[in-house]
Design a protein around this ligand. Structure first.
Ligand SMILES: Cc1cc2nc3c(=O)[nH]c(=O)nc-3n(C[C@H](O)[C@H](O)[C@H](O)COP(=O)(O)OP(=O)(O)OC[C@H]3O[C@@H](n4cnc5c(N)ncnc54)[C@H](O)[C@@H]3O)c2cc1C
Length: 266
């Protein structure tokens, strides 16, 4: 039986693993983290993605985890609705299948874990190709050989560098973006709400299926230097960006100050 090694237990890795296993390959998936990475906000599944779910027989499981979003409303600084795009309208921002990335990752893992061997806390640190096989060394210094090694380890893939020798190139587009989770309040309903705040700040609040709201704050900045910030530094940056900006911004500031949220800024 041909042996395939895939790096990355996100979305692409388990889906590919499923199909390769079905085609008769023996599949191992390695994940660099100690556990599944279930972070993230909405992913909308459309077109080919939906066809793949159907063919795998898991469209129902994904639908059961729908975030419940009814559509998108643009609001002004007082929360007055200025425009509305319901889920089923032609140019809707909310798609038919909206799911939190973490829920999708869990569904795919549960669906494949009996047929695929998963190894967590594991990455390839060295690799060399031979005529008909690839030899890999893992981070615990053990080694093995496979018929094929496939990198499915996301946008910041380190396997890409091992395979092709070149690193990912980033182009700064003048915007910083952040994602965090806040408590649901009486103000919230099942509509996503988009607010264009002064000074090039865009704030988005979206419902999830966990009784919380997913916030996203995007802002223009000339500072193109991406520095890995500590969680407290991220919080401080966002508090400065959001203070006195109208709509629900002060609520988001209070929520950030309570330090209850996990934050991701890039
Ligand atoms: C935490 C997180 C949150 C995200 N949130 C959103 C979102 O809300 N909405 C959206 O549309 N997109 C989001 N994305 C962007 C994401 O790139 C795609 O939406 C989607 O997850 C891509 O799937 P993927 O399988 O290609 O990569 P990913 O989902 O990024 O999965 C890659 C996996 O590979 C693992 N990995 C990385 N390096 C190695 C290595 N060297 N060896 C082994 N494993 C490795 C990672 O830990 C990860 O589990 C998020 C990505 C991440 C990682």
């Amino acid at each position: 039986m041909k042996r395939i090694l895939i790096s990355g237990a996100g979305i692409a890795g388990p889906v590919l693993g499923y199909w390769l296993n079905k085609a008769g390959f023996q599949v191992t998936i390695i994940e660099i983290e100690k556990d599944l990475r279930t972070g993230g906000q909405n992913i909308d599944i459309t077109d080919a993605g939906r066809d793949v779910l159907k063919l795998m027989g898991i469209e129902g499981a994904v639908r059961d985890n729908f975030t419940g979003e009814k559509g998108l409303r643009f609001v002004d600084h007082r929360g007055k609705v200025k425009a509305e795009f319901p889920k089923d309208s032609e140019i809707s921002f909310t798609r038919d299948l909206e799911i939190l990335r973490g829920d999708l990752v869990k569904i795919l893992f549960d669906f494949t874990k009996d047929d695929i061997s998963y190894k967590f806390g594991c990455e390839v640190i060295r690799l060399n190709h031979e005529e008909n096989q690839v030899n890999v060394t893992f981070n615990d210094n053990s080694s093995d050989s496979y018929d094929c090694f496939i990198a499915a380890d996301g946008m910041g893939s380190s396997s890409r560098k091992l395979i092709f020798g070149n690193d990912m190139k980033m182009k700064y587009l003048g915007i910083w973006t952040s994602y965090f989770t806040v408590e649901r309040t009486d103000y919230d309903d099942d509509w996503a709400k988009w607010y264009n705040a002064p000074d090039g700040v865009v704030v988005l609040l979206r419902p999830d299926n966990k009784a919380s709201m997913r916030a996203s704050v995007n802002y223009l900045s000339d500072n193109s230097e991406y520095q890995p910030l500590s969680v407290d530094e991220k919080r401080e940056k966002l508090v400065n960006v959001l203070s006195n900006k109208g709509w629900e911004c002060d609520r988001l500031v209070q929520s950030l100050k309570k330090k209850m949220t996990s934050i991701w800024v890039r």
